[in-house]
Design a protein around this ligand. Structure first.
Ligand SMILES: [Zn+2]
Length: 61
């Protein structure tokens, strides 16, 4: 059924908007859940809780 395919792609889009994905260990979870906020820098920096990779690194606005 094409209906189920449409439903799947729609939920994938929603997921990608609210979730972060670690390219190193493939850990994925929503923003604000288990990602580690690095408060030692004046930037919006989030670290992966599993491997420590910097997943988000951008100037604070
Ligand atoms: Zn990771």
């Amino acid at each position: 059924m094409t209906d189920s395919i449409l439903y799947t792609s729609d939920s994938d889009q929603q997921f990608s908007k609210t979730a972060l994905f670690c390219p190193t260990c493939e850990h994925a979870s929503p923003i604000g859940s288990d990602w580690i906020m690095d408060d030692s820098v004046q930037r919006d920096r989030l670290l992966c809780p599993r491997c420590g990779t910097v997943v988000v690194d951008q100037p604070q606005l």
